[in-house]
Design a protein around this ligand. Structure first.
Ligand code: DON
Length: 303
């Protein structure tokens, strides 16, 4: 298949929606990004990379980081992890507090903020440096040694992090935090601040297309664990829009409020699209449209 031609066709098709949606403002440093930006990249399991638009431009990965912290923790902890976090869609916004009280401090899944805080807590306990472990992994998988945190974004989120702070303290009150809450929040804010391009992220999610095998051939996850991560992405990766995303795109995917979305086509490739205008549920408007067009044009959904 001529991936470069397909990506160009997708880019043409999404032009009418570029600039639609609203850039995230609840982390003030994210508000400075131009909503008209658009990039998309595809990295095959063999290592070839194709891209259009701003596909080499780094952006804030935000919640996309949660896929990688989940994989790193699952690799070390196995099924024990699922005692502290569920794997069901939440049907609620990513930063919702209400469900946590009904469910005694056990978050619905690892991709809502509460669940991601539990995962970061566990990774911090297991490694002593959750954010550094994540950065080193992403440098290796993307093949880009320059992947790094954005201290301005991390500081901005910390300064406006009352809701995440509330979630973490609330879980601590149920005994579902092993490390000190401020330590977990710091690592979480830094992990979300990582700046990566579509090319970096399309490569970095390749291990999920290779059934758990890393870029250098070493195994991170068992085949079954890679299936589990992909399944949780499909059902929970775009929060209360996961049904709509599965319906339109038909691939495991994970969004971030920086406007990025990664998606995985098992056996074939990793995809990443970036456009900062978000819909009401925090997913990139042009990003979802581009992935919808891509799977419609190519027939490459998992269904
Ligand atoms: O914790 C937060 O609110 C952000 N650092 C990440 C949220 C996010 O990306 C949700 N995704 N659509």
């Amino acid at each position: 298949m001529d991936y470069q031609a397909v990506l160009s066709e997708v880019w043409d098709a999404v032009r009418p929606v570029l600039g639609q949606g609203r850039v995230a403002t609840y982390i003030p440093a994210l508000a400075a990004v131009d909503p008209h930006r658009f990039g998309m990249a595809l990295a095959t399991v063999e290592g070839d990379v194709y891209g259009v638009g701003d596909w080499r431009e780094p952006f804030s990965i935000q919640s996309i980081s949660k896929v990688f912290t989940l994989a790193l923790t699952l690799a070390r902890d196995g099924d024990a992890l699922w005692r502290r976090v569920g794997k069901e869609p939440s049907g609620n916004p990513f930063n919702s507090l209400v469900q946590l009280e009904y469910e005694q401090g056990i978050p619905r899944n690892p991709f809502i903020n509460a669940g991601a805080l539990v995962i970061t807590d566990r990774l911090q306990r297991l490694t002593g440096d959750a954010r550094g472990t994540l950065r080193d992994f992403l440098r290796a998988e993307s093949g880009n040694p320059l992947v790094d945190f954005d201290p301005v974004i991390a500081a901005s989120e910390a300064a406006h992090g009352h809701r995440n702070s509330a979630l973490a303290h609330f879980m601590a009150s149920y005994g579902n935090m092993e490390c000190a809450v401020p330590e977990v929040l710091e690592h979480y804010f830094w992990q979300c601040s990582l700046a990566m391009s579509c090319a970096d992220l399309a490569r970095a999610c390749g291990f999920l297309a290779r059934h758990g095998q890393r870029a250098d051939g070493a195994r991170l996850l068992t085949r079954s664990q890679a299936k589990q991560v992909n399944a949780v992405m499909l059902t929970c990766g775009t929060y209360d829009a996961a049904g709509e995303f599965a319906y339109r795109v038909g691939l495991p995917g994970k969004s971030g409020v920086g406007g990025g979305i990664i998606a995985v086509i098992p056996n074939r490739c990793g995809l990443c699209v970036w456009s900062p205008g978000l819909d009401a549920r925090g997913n990139s408007v042009a990003g979802v449209e581009a992935l919808d067009r891509f799977t419609t044009l190519t027939g490459l959904s998992i269904f």
